[in-house]
Design a protein around this ligand. Sequence first.
Ligand code: PSU
Ligand code: MN
Length: 301
Amino acid sequence: MQKYLDIHPEIAAAIAAGKPVVALESTIISHGMPFPQNVETALKVEAEIRQRGAIPATMAIMDGKLKVGLTEAEITRLGKAGQDVIKCSRRDMPFVLAAGKMGATTVAGTMIMAALAGIRVFATGGIGGVHRGAETSFDISADLQELARTSVAVVCAGAKSILDIGLTREYLETQGVPVVGFGTDDLPAFYTRESGHAVDYRLDTPEDIAEALRSKWGMGLDGGVVVANPIPAEYAMPKSVIDGAIAQALQELEEQGVSGKASTPFLLARVAELTGGSSLDANIQLVLNNARLGADIAMAL
Ligand code: PSU
Ligand code: MN
């Protein structure tokens, strides 16, 4: 493992000293947002985490290493390359590593790297899930299986309604993955604060969340936890606007026959285009909001 894992010295020191560290993914940089907003947001997210007293660790595969903690130059390199970077979930990581190519980690990939490095809290925008029509396409994100097995708490704004949120909930339940609502009983749907689906447990403080994580892992139950944090009300989008864009993006997905790992980036990009800049603004704000909560949980832990 030492051969592959390259932990930034500041992060290695923090982990060794038991200081709070928050993992961050890089597919959101390469495939989730356009340049230059992706790089600006990634750097702002890191700054926000530092301001709360924790240390950010953005993950990627570069130069034949699993890099835990990127420099500003590395984040910029990744953000400029955009969709040319290889999106890496569990399946992809060893091949990109072996080939010495640049890879951006998804939620699943980032959870794997966080666990390898000893980081327990990870903040991002949205998780992958069970896609609409999965009963025929079988399109279920590997993020869900990773949540079932890898012991990292994922702070997100819920799941986008490009997914079937009800089926995603069922899948997580089957896999024993708890879905916690931070200050909410209703699972957020990324751009909107509510999905109409209940969370499993509502907790109102970072300390309560940290205590539940300690209990889970302390009793030997491996696996992740979804911590769903609603987008701040002032940045939430009207449901009708977002629903319309998602419906159109899904129709185009089918018409163009997009499938496999290309589906999610295609849908994210089309929804962003169809809603103009407003969904990108919302996306940026909710990620920052999750970074703050992630830092608070890491501090409490
Ligand atoms: N959802 C978002 N933004 C994202 C992603 C999902 O709102 O950037 C990215 C994350 O990296 C997530 C991945 O892990 O897409 C899921 O891809 P797939 O559905 O192919 O597993
Ligand atoms: Mn998929």
